[in-house]
Design a binder for this molecule. Structure first.
Ligand SMILES: NC(=O)C1=CN([C@@H]2O[C@H](COP(=O)(O)OP(=O)(O)OC[C@H]3O[C@@H](n4cnc5c(N)ncnc54)[C@H](O)[C@@H]3O)[C@@H](O)[C@H]2O)C=CC1
Ligand SMILES: O=C(O)C(=O)COP(=O)(O)O
Length: 466
C-alpha cells in the first residue's frame, strides 16, 4: 500500500507465490505494501469475518520504548511476530531493524524521520503509543503509503493530575523541603509559601489536557484563564483571553499544553518571561522545544519566577540511566542548581492506567488497519472504512489502494476492476494523498496477481520521490 513504488516484501511475496500454486483456503491471501487483497468466503456463515491480507504469521512488528504489555498481548494473539525492546534504538540500529518490519510501535523518543522511513521498505503502519506525533515525519509517511495512528487522549488525565500536584508542590516549595530533610536539614518556613485557592492558573493550549486541567483547578478554588489559537468553549467559569501576553500578565501559575509545532518553538522566552508576574510559576509538560531554557534559568535567577516544573526537555535520553547530564543539554548544571525547580523524566503520561489504555487503543488500531485496511483515527491519512465483508460473501476481496490525489485515478482503477462487481467502495483524500477501499466480488485466487500488477502499474503510484 504505497504511493511510491516499493519492493514487495520478500517473505510476503514468497508466501503469495506459494498460495497461488498451492491453496485456495480463505487465508490464502496477499498484501504488499502497495495493494491489499483478501479473498473471501469458503465458509457459509453470515458473521462478519476478519480479513487476513497477510498470512498473519508473516507480519513482523517492532515494538520500542517499553510499549505496554496489553499491546503485545493483542498483537501476539493475532499471530504476528512481535519483537519488543524496552528503550528506543540508536538511529543506525533502528534503520537495520525497520527494514524488515511491516509495523512499528513507538512512544515519544523514537524519531521516524524521512531518513529512517526511506529505509523502511516494508513498513505499512506506525503506531505512536502516546499523544504526540511530532517525532514522525507524517507527510513523508503519508506520501509513501505509511499510515500513522496515535492515542489522542488516553493519558490526558494523567498529565492533568501531575500538573495539579506540581502547582501545590511549587506553591509550598515541597521539593526543596524534602531534599533538605533527605540531607538531614530541618528548615521550617512559611515565607513565600502559599495556598493555591484564589490564585489564577493560566493554561496555554486548551485541548484535551488543558481543558481537563481547567476543571480540576477550579474544583480546588483556582481561577482559570486560557489562551488558544482557536476559540474554544470554556468549561466551568474559565475565561479565554485574546492574547498570550494577557494570560502571562494575569496568571500566578502558567502551564503549557500545546503540541510541538514550528509556531510553538520557544513560545516562552525572554520576552514572555518579562510579561509574567513577579514571583509566578511556570510548568511545562508539553514538549521541550516550547520553552527557551536559558531564558527560564535567567528568569528563575532574577526572581521573576518563584519556581518551575519541567517534565520535557529539548534533548531527552533514549533510555533510563545516568544520562541527564551536561553533554545532553549544555545548561544541565545551571538548571540543576536552581531552587524550587521540579525536574521529572517525561512521566506526564506514565501511569498504569494510561499505558494500559494506550496499549489497547493503538494495538487495536494496528490490527484493524493490517487486517481490514480501516484508517479510522489515522493522523496522516484520510479516514476510510467500509462495513466488514462476511463469510457468506464468497470470492470477495478487499482492495486498498493508496495513490497520488489527482484526476482520473478512479476511472483507471474501476476499469481495472472491470470484470468484477464493485460491491462497495469508498475513497477520500487528504492533501496530496488519496486512499481507496473497495470490496469486489467474483474474484478467483488466480485473478489477484493480475489485479495487483495492474494497480501497481498506474502512474499515479509514482508521483512521490523515494
Ligand atoms: N508530558 C507528557 O508525558 C505528555 C505530553 N503531552 C504533550 O501535550 C501536548 C498537548 O496534548 P493535548 O492536550 O492532548 O493536545 P490537544 O491537541 O488536545 O490540544 C492542544 C491545544 O493547543 C492549541 N494550540 C496549538 N498551537 C497553539 C499555539 N501556538 N498557541 C496556543 N494554543 C495552541 C490547539 O488549538 C489545541 O487546542 C501534546 O501535543 C504532547 O506534546 C501529551 C501527553 C503526555
Ligand atoms: O503522549 C505523549 O505525547 C507523551 O509525551 C508521552 O510520551 P511517552 O509515551 O511517555 O514517551
Amino acid at each position: 500500500m504505497s504511493a511510491a513504488p516499493r519492493d514487495i516484501a520478500g517473505g510476503l511475496a514468497n508466501a503469495f507465490q506459494n498460495h497461488l500454486s498451492l491453496s485456495v483456503s480463505p487465508t490464502s491471501t496477499f498484501h504488499s505494501p502497495s495493494s491489499s487483497f483478501g479473498p473471501r468466503g469458503i465458509a457459509a456463515s453470515v458473521a462478519s469475518k476478519q480479513l487476513k491480507p497477510f498470512n498473519t504469521g508473516d507480519v513482523r512488528i517492532l515494538l520500542l520504548e517499553n510499549v505496554n504489555q496489553t499491546a503485545q498481548d493483542i498483537l501476539k494473539k493475532q499471530g504476528y511476530q512481535v519483537e519488543f525492546h524496552k528503550s528506543s534504538l540508536p538511529e543506525d540500529e533502528l534503520i537495520e531493524k525497520i527494514r524488515d518490519v511491516h509495523a512499528i510501535g513507538i512512544r515519544s523518543k523514537t524519531k521516524l524521520s524521512a531518513r529512517v522511513l526511506r529505509e523502511a521498505k516494508n513498513l505499512i503502519v506506525i503506531g505512536c503509543f502516546c499523544i504526540g506525533t511530532n517525532q514522525v515525519d507524517l507527510d513523508y509517511a503519508a506520501k509513501h503509503g505509511i499510515t500513522v495512528f496515535n492515542s489522542p487522549f488516553s493519558n490526558s488525565r494523567s498529565v492533568a493530575e501531575l500538573v495539579i500536584a506540581e502547582i501545590i508542590i511549587l506553591a509550598r516549595q515541597l521539593g526543596d523541603r524534602s531534599n533538605e530533610m533527605h540531607q538531614g536539614t530541618w528548615n521550617k518556613v512559611s515565607s513565600k509559601c502559599w495556598e493555591i485557592r484564589g490564585k489564577t492558573l493560566g493554561i496555554i493550549g486548551y485541548g484535551h489536557i488543558g481543558s481537563q486541567l481547567s476543571v480540576l483547578a477550579e474544583s480546588m478554588g483556582m481561577s482559570v484563564v486560557y489562551y488558544d489559537v482557536v476559540p474554544l468553549m470554556a468549561l466551568g467559569i474559565a475565561k479565554q483571553v485574546n492574547t498570550l501576553q494577557e494570560l502571562l500578565e494575569t496568571s500566578d501559575f502558567v502551564t503549557l499544553h500545546v503540541p510541538e509545532l514550528p509556531e510553538t518553538k520557544n513560545m516562552i522566552g525572554e520576552e514572555q518571561f518579562s510579561h509574567m508576574k513577579q514571583g509566578s510559576y511556570l510548568i511545562n509538560a508539553s514538549r521541550g522545544s516550547v520553552v527557551d531554557i536559558p531564558a527560564l534559568i535567567a528568569a528563575m535567577r532574577s526572581g521573576r519566577l518563584a519556581g518551575a516544573a519541567l517534565d520535557v526537555y529539548p534533548s531527552e535520553p533514549a533510555a533510563n540511566g545516568d544520562y541527564f547530564n551536561s553533554t545532553l543539554n549544555a545548561w544541565g548544571d545551571d538548571l540543576r542548581s536552581l531552587k524550587n525547580l521540579i525536574l521529572t523524566p517525561h512521566i506526564g503520561g506514565s501511569t498504569e492506567e494510561a499505558q494500559r489504555a494506550i496499549g489497547v487503543e493503538v494495538a487495536d488500531a494496528l490490527v484493524r488497519y493490517i487486517n481490514e485496511g480501516s484508517t479510522l483515527g489515522a493522523v496522516n491519512m484520510p479516514e476510510v472504512t467500509l462495513r466488514s465483508l462476511t463469510s457468506a460473501e464468497e470470492n470477495h476481496v478487499r482492495v486498498i489502494f493508496i495513490h497520488a490525489n489527482r484526476p482520473g485515478v478512479l476511472r483507471q482503477v474501476n476499469s481495472i476492476f472491470g470484470d468484477h462487481n464493485v460491491v462497495k467502495q469508498m475513497s477520500d483524500s487528504r492533501g496530496d494523498v488519496a486512499y481507496l477501499m473497495a470490496d469486489i466480488s467474483d474474484v478467483n485466487l488466480g485473478d489477484i496477481k493480475g489485479l495487483c500488477e495492474s494497480l501497481e502499474s498506474l502512474s499515479c503510484k509514482r508521483l512521490f520521490p523515494p
